[in-house]
Design a protein around this ligand. Structure first.
Ligand code: ADQ
Length: 482
């Protein structure tokens, strides 16, 4: 990978993405010097063409605390690292972002913690991100701010740079009023988001929650998805369900290599008749315990035959410095151990549970190998795993068991939808997905494949950006006219 540090002043960028993390991870060259590798993720894929068409920059933390780096070019992208100290990582990232906002926005599945020092650091760090953007953005540039870590950035940026067109997208759910109002800094966050011209959510429900809050709590005038600001601006709040690079996943899964790996994986799992699959970040919102429990009970009750079926569960550890995540990891380890201990025979465990992060090709092979994908979050903004599984089908086969509480459930209506809190219902759905006649499964999968291919990440990004430009077009027109 060719990365070169640009000590010289950067050319101003006409399109700027701002996210907590830069889209690269540091790797070491054989000679010990540092290099950067693109971190896998749909966002980079979505923005790449736009970044190349316009002069694009990405502003974000580079992942190491207490280190300041110069901006650098990486594969035609300008990357602008924002430094964070270790105490800022604790208070802004692990604290306010992941122990206050994350649980609060996910239905308070875990109790959100409110600490004033975390909030103060969140404000300080958001300001730093805004300052970096203000320095790199060209006159009239389009800036797209990503996610819950940076909800104050739109307002902070607008104060410094009223010329910019600012979009914001929230990747996680926006909670109902009753929950949101617990937040001691509820007003500041609403005002922070209202600095944007366009505020995007995964689902219409999130956009409606937001509009209702600004009307009732800030007393602003609203009309459907439009909010009138005291300064005469209009802010639009609308849903843009995110997706994946469906064709890239499909093509990866279609390769000879993936086909061979898929066969090998099934063989290594003991050539089961039915392979169930779970793929998640290890997070308490993902419903891992419920899934494993339902699978274990279905086996114990003879509804699923362990000689016939296995569950492969991949769970990449995340946020391991947050207490609640360590505790979850122990709970799942214990539950999987208990189920396997009670039911397994030598050489054959019903649940294979792995904490490994795999490259894309291996993921595509695993999806291709699986007969039944089980996605059971208690709350999830979208859930890309469900869409990745569908994209990796080579025919209208396989089945998706999907929680009603994911954003994806609104689009993938033909999945075997389930309430993951209802363990008996979940068990029944697993069994139904396993035993449903092939033609029923094919009908469901055909429609889901169409949905995923017609609504890919490229469409998501271009719809959002077209709306953002159109809005500003009309604002500019009004200014010219008025
Ligand atoms: P996440 O909560 O991280 O995303 P999700 O949408 O499922 O959840 O994305 C997880 C990604 O990690 C997928 O692309 C998946 O392939 C990858 N992954 C998981 N396990 C892996 C493994 N073992 N090895 C390699 N890759 C693995 C947040 C929100 C979601 C929203 C997305 C995008 O919580 O609701 O869908 O952002 O907006």
């Amino acid at each position: 990978m060719n990365s070169k540090s640009t000590k010289s002043k950067l050319d101003p960028a006409s399109f700027v993405v701002v996210a907590n993390r830069l889209p690269v991870d540091r790797a070491e060259r054989p000679d010990g010097t540092a290099d950067w590798r693109p971190s896998p993720g749909g966002l980079v894929t979505a923005f790449e063409p736009i970044m190349q068409r316009r002069h694009g920059a990405w502003v974000g933390w580079h992942g190491a605390a207490d280190e300041e780096l110069e901006a650098f070019e990486h594969e035609s992208l300008t990357l602008v690292p924002v430094p964070l100290s270790s105490s800022e990582v604790e208070d802004y990232y692990e604290g306010f972002s992941n122990a206050t906002l994350w649980p609060l926005y996910h239905d308070a599945i875990a109790p959100p913690q409110f600490h004033r020092e975390w909030w103060e650091t969140y404000v300080k760090v958001n300001q730093r991100f805004a300052d970096h953007v203000a320095t790199v953005a060209a006159e009239d540039a389009v800036v797209w701010v990503q996610d819950y870590h940076l909800q104050l950035v739109p307002q902070m940026l607008r104060r410094q740079r009223p010329d910019l067109r600012i979009g914001f997208f929230l990747h996680i759910p926006f909670p109902p009023t009753e929950l949101y109002v617990q937040l001691p800094w509820r007003q500041q966050i609403l005002e922070g988001l209202l600095g944007a011209d366009l505020v995007g959510f995964q689902l219409p429900g999130g956009a409606q929650n937001f509009v209702r809050l600004v009307r009732n709590r800030l007393g602003l005038e609203t009309q459907r998805d439009r909010i009138r600001m005291p300064d005469g601006r209009e802010v639009l709040a609308r849903a843009y369900p995110i997706s994946i690079d469906a064709m890239a996943f499909h093509e990866l899964a279609a390769t000879e290599e993936a086909a061979e790996r898929a066969a090998e994986i099934r063989h290594d799992l003991g050539d089961p008749r039915v392979m169930f699959l779970g793929v998640d970040r290890l997070d308490y919102t993902k419903g891992l315990l419920e899934r494993v429990q339902a699978f274990g009970e279905a086996i114990a009750e003879g509804k699923i035959d362990p000689d016939d079926a296995v569950l492969l569960q991949l769970a990449v550890p995340s946020r391991e410095r947050v207490d609640r995540y360590r505790q979850l990891r122990d709970d799942i380890d214990r539950m999987v151990g208990r189920i396997n201990g009670e039911i397994a025979r030598i050489g054959r465990a019903p649940i294979t549970y792995l904490h490994v992060s795999y490259p894309r090709l291996e993921m595509a092979a695993i999806y291709r190998a699986a007969d039944i994908m089980v996605v059971t979050p208690l709350r999830d903004g979208m859930n890309l795993v469900a869409k990745e599984y569908v994209a990796c089908r080579q025919r209208d086969d396989g089945a998706l068991v999907l929680s009603e509480f994911t954003g994806a459930a609104r689009e993938l209506r033909q999945a075997y939808l389930v309430n993951p809190h209802d363990i008996n219902g979940l068990k029944d759905r697993l069994v139904e997905a396993m035993n449903d006649p092939t033609r029923n499964k094919a009908r469901r999968m055909r429609m889901m494949r169409r949905q995923v291919f017609e609504n890919d990440i490229e469409k998501w990004a271009s719809t959002f950006l077209d709306d953002l430009e159109a809005l500003n077009g009309s604002r500019a027109a009004k200014q010219v006219a008025g």
